[in-house]
Design a protein around this ligand. Structure first.
Ligand code: R5P
Length: 293
């Protein structure tokens, strides 16, 4: 059994390999002057089960292309089975045609992954679980919420309120609340499909003089989480943190969240970033071990 730590998830991939005591196949990669990706795999894959760990955070298209090249090459070099481990699955938010004529981007991504030879697929907190049904090969999404909640619990945030900044994230807050205690809730958020502007409706939450954590799958521009933090602070919450599986942190996201009154931002290494404090290595290693790795 071999683990390939892809260029976008090298550190995480190596941690997973170490936990599994698996052989690591290093990747030689570069970008040509015109932007094309080059990949070379260094191992004998014949008859082996291979797990390729590569996130598709920005630059998404390059990271996706590198993944496709790695999967196809491993299969071409006669790997028995290839598990594509994509901690952050890009394009998952475009999972339907919201406006007439739009590309259903995630379906195209799935077709590409399958066409290149993916035999099994593993991700973490994909935006909508329904996306997994679009795969023909076995596909699973793991949740990093218990790991994030444990992180806060270890730092003394017991009985903290878990808040989802929109209805879609309510399951995430619920999962976290099982560990933190302190209850959970969610807000109602609307996004303008054309401008991308969001508006969050304020509602009364049981947070006065309590610590609180906002849990979301993705922090992109930070607008969603910042709006939730402001509401919590306005309602008298004590310490307020923002937590997510995928800290994309585009542009001024970090500054925006801190300026909204947050006491900190905690993400996972599904996406390498300055706030990727919690590692999902054990989560991925356990899932791979369960399927016989
Ligand atoms: C969308 O519903 C997601 O779950 C996130 O809430 C969203 O992607 C966050 O985006 P932003 O940080 O730009 O508000």
């Amino acid at each position: 059994m071999i683990v390939i730590p892809g260029p976008a998830s090298e550190e995480l991939g190596r941690k997973v390999a170490e936990l599994l005591e698996a052989k690591v196949a290093p990747v030689v990669f570069k970008r040509f002057p015109d932007g094309e990706s080059y990949i070379r795999l260094n191992a004998d894959f014949k008859g082996e089960d291979v797990a390729i760990i590569q996130t598709t955070s920005p630059p998404q298209d390059t990271h996706l292309m590198q993944m496709l090249l790695m999967v196809d090459t491993a299969k071409n070099l006669e790997a028995r089975k290839v598990v594509a481990v994509v901690p952050y699955l890009a394009y998952a938010r475009q999972d339907k045609r919201f406006l007439e004529g739009e590309a259903v981007s995630i379906e195209t991504v799935i077709k590409l992954l399958e066409a290149s030879g993916t035999d099994e697929f593993l991700t973490v907190n994909t935006h909508e679980e329904n996306v997994l049904r679009k795969f023909s090969v076995p596909a699973k999404s793991l949740s990093a919420m218990p790991l994030l909640a444990e992180y806060f619990k270890k730092r003394g945030l017991t009985e903290a309120f878990s808040l989802a900044p929109d209805r879609g994230a309510s399951e995430l807050a619920k999962e976290a609340a099982e560990i933190l205690g302190g209850g959970y809730g969610w807000l109602r958020k609307e996004r303008d499909r054309l401008t991308g502007e969001i508006s969050t409706e304020e509602k009364i939450l049981d947070v006065k003089d309590k610590d609180a954590v906002v849990f979301d799958d993705i922090i992109s521009t930070g607008g969603t989480v910042a709006a939730a933090v402001e509401i919590l602070k306005r309602q008298g919450a004590e310490k307020v943190y923002a937590a997510c599986a995928h800290p994309l942190l585009i542009g001024e996201a970090q500054k925006r969240i801190m300026q909204s009154g947050a006491d900190g931002i905690v993400g996972t290494d599904c996406v390498p970033s300055p706030v990727s404090i919690v590692s999902v290595a054990t989560l991925i290693a356990d899932a791979l071990a369960k399927r016989g790795f």
